[in-house]
Design a protein around this ligand. Structure first.
Ligand code: CUA
Length: 155
């Protein structure tokens, strides 16, 4: 095979890989709703404890079989440290940080969020299996990072 033919083949392969990556990004954004955090929902990080809904952390019914789960991350704990939620209910996790950047991962689930000071993070989730789920902070947030745990009890 001539060199020029091989070069052309490589160019087409390279273009194909780029095209596939672009399609994957567009599919992720349009079909599965994966986005970077928007600028839409901001709060004053100094006033978290007095700003709704974070003035009432915990689980609150908002509709038929639907609950807001309001959690605050703060060095080095989640507030409240433990929440009880009904299995099968539509949950709206609503979180933020009161100081530095934290992570919130509910082990064994797709709930994997960044808690950014001044930014409200929302995520819908339904627990299908009852159990005790450990909540961990997965973003290094200081000397007590490894002690930052919480718990979700689905029952
Ligand atoms: Cu909070 Cu690591």
């Amino acid at each position: 095979m001539k060199i020029a033919t091989l070069e052309k083949a490589y160019l087409w392969v390279s273009a194909g890989v780029l095209g596939a990556c672009l399609v994957a990004i567009l599919y992720g954004a349009a079909a599965t709703g994966i986005h970077l955090p928007g600028r839409g929902e901001r709060i004053d990080p100094q006033q978290v404890r007095t700003t709704p809904p974070f003035d009432r952390p915990g689980v609150h019914p908002v509709g038929e079989n639907e609950y807001d789960v309001v959690l605050i991350g703060q060095a080095w704990a989640f507030f409240p440290p433990e929440v009880r939620v009904p299995v099968g209910a539509k949950l709206n996790f609503i979180t933020t940080s009161a100081d530095v950047v934290h992570g919130l991962h509910v082990e064994g689930t797709r709930v994997n969020l960044m808690l950014i000071p001044g930014q409200v993070t929302r995520y819908p989730y339904v627990f299908r299996e009852p159990g005790e789920y450990t909540v961990i902070c997965h973003e290094y947030c200081g000397i007590g990072h490894h002690t930052m745990y919480g718990k979700v009890i689905a029952e």
